[in-house]
Design a protein around this ligand. Structure first.
Ligand code: FAD
Length: 386
């Protein structure tokens, strides 16, 4: 059951089926336990890699599948409808580090880092945020100082999804000096690996939702990064990060659509089974109106997401579309999950049914890769910039 409006090709439908089957077989039976125990299953990386799901938009010459964004996002929706924690790992890896190395990396960097990420041998993560720099990411403080053929990085990166299991970390740090601050133009991006001297994993966050995704601080204590691991041009790292978030936000929108779809599906099924006053509760108009509004918002979110993905695939500027898709889908996920709990009544409030997890997982989609307030700022700014 899926309320897709965009006609999908046979290939897209095929990949959607592969994603759904994998999620139902390899993830669904364990999701509740992973959530309860806040357990990240490392074996998933290899399994998803074997299917090509960690190189979905990487060209075949770099060992990826070379698919378009729409196909990738359709697959991501399916995984998210079963487990949002697995979906965020896929979303970050496919939308951010891999795309950054593909777009701005040197040939040597692509050979050394992109190929293993595409094959699923190494998980890629994105380290922009810091404890004091969230929405105002350009205020980050992690400092990089050049020392011969190396950069020495000192600082703490916060909230890194998958950071404890990463093979490749795309990290932003200041390359301007304290006496010559250049704002966003003083930030560069580095390709960091956990074997570099000075790398450490710090506090693991104890989260409300998305508990099977390990979110950690990364501590760079005089981390020594070879100069060859600077990505692209010095001073352009913040621009790269912002441009990459246009892709990332589509991934989070797909995650949110998957969560919302799942909440709708569970609520519709429960409303058909649960009887009160001598009939299934789906026969009450009050419940029908809720389900109708839920289905309408899910369909609208998916339609906007697919339109934004298609714009990206046509190579169009999609900063505004991507922010709109993320804003609508994440607020829809939160709203639909809330309605689903209402339809379940008391049973929605306990862990016997999956809707309380969907509710907890939905919330973060309104926060990361730019809060809803930041998406509105981006959308409004774009109204005047073109
Ligand atoms: C589970 C999880 C995973 C994450 N994964 C990653 C990751 O992999 N990599 C990474 O780099 N980061 C990651 N993040 C960080 C995430 O992107 C930030 O939490 C987010 O950008 C918000 O920053 P903040 O939490 O510091 O909130 P703040 O920026 O402190 O915001 C607090 C509140 O103020 C509002 N606000 C701030 N500025 C404005 C403004 N100008 N106008 C109106 N309202 C404003 C915000 O919208 C919010 O409501 C993750 C976060 C979480 C919770």
């Amino acid at each position: 059951m899926s309320w897709a409006l965009t006609p999908l090709t046979e290939e897209q439908l095929g990949i959607q089926r592969v994603a759904r089957d994998f999620a139902l077989r390899e993830i669904a039976p364990y999701s509740a336990a992973w959530d309860r125990d806040a357990y990240f299953e490392p074996a998933l990386v290899g399994k998803l890699g074997a299917l090509g799901f960690l190189g979905m938009m990487i060209p075949e010459i770099y060992d990826g599948l070379g698919l378009d964004a729409l196909t990738y996002l359709v697959a991501l929706e399916e995984i998210a409808s079963v487990d949002a924690s697995v979906a965020v790992m896929l979303s970050v890896h496919n939308s951010l580090p891999t795309q950054m190395v593909l777009r701005w990396g040197s040939d040597a960097q692509k050979e050394r880092y992109l190929k293993p990420m595409a094959r699923g041998e190494q998980l890629g993560v994105f380290a922009l945020s810091e404890p004091e720099a969230g929405s105002d990411a350009a205020s980050l403080r992690c400092q990089a100082v050049r020392d011969g053929d190396e950069w020495v990085l000192t600082g703490t990166k916060a909230w890194v999804s998958g950071g404890a299991h990463a093979g490749v970390i795309l990290a932003m740090a200041r390359t301007d000096s304290p006496g010559d601050r250049r704002g966003a133009r003083g930030i560069s991006t580095f390709i960091v690996t956990p074997d570099m001297p000075g790398f450490g994993v710090g506090k693991k966050e104890d989260k409300m939702g998305l508990r099977a995704s390990a979110t950690v601080q990364l501590v760079f204590d005089g981390l020594r990064v070879p100069a060859a691991n600077l990505l692209g041009e010095e001073g352009m790292g913040f621009i790269y990060a912002m441009q990459s978030l246009d892709n990332g936000r589509l991934g989070i929108a797909a995650q949110a659509v998957g969560i919302a779809e799942s909440a709708l599906r569970h609520a519709a099924a429960y409303a058909a089974e649960r009887r009160q006053f001598g009939k299934p509760i789906k026969e009450f108009e009050g419940i029908q109106f809720k389900l109708a509004d839920m289905a309408t918002r899910v369909a609208a979110s998916r339609a906007l997401l697919h339109a934004a993905a298609s714009a990206k695939d046509r190579g169009e500027h999609m900063t505004q579309f991507s922010a709109m898709a993320k804003l609508l889908a994440s607020e829809t996920a939160m709203w639909v999950a809330t309605q689903a709990i209402q339809i379940f009544g008391g049973y929605g409030y306990v862990t016997d049914y999956p809707v309380e997890r969907l509710f907890r997982d939905a919330k973060v989609t309104e926060i990361y890769e730019g809060t809803s307030e930041i998406q509105r700022i981006v959308i409004a700014r774009e109204l005047y910039s073109r």
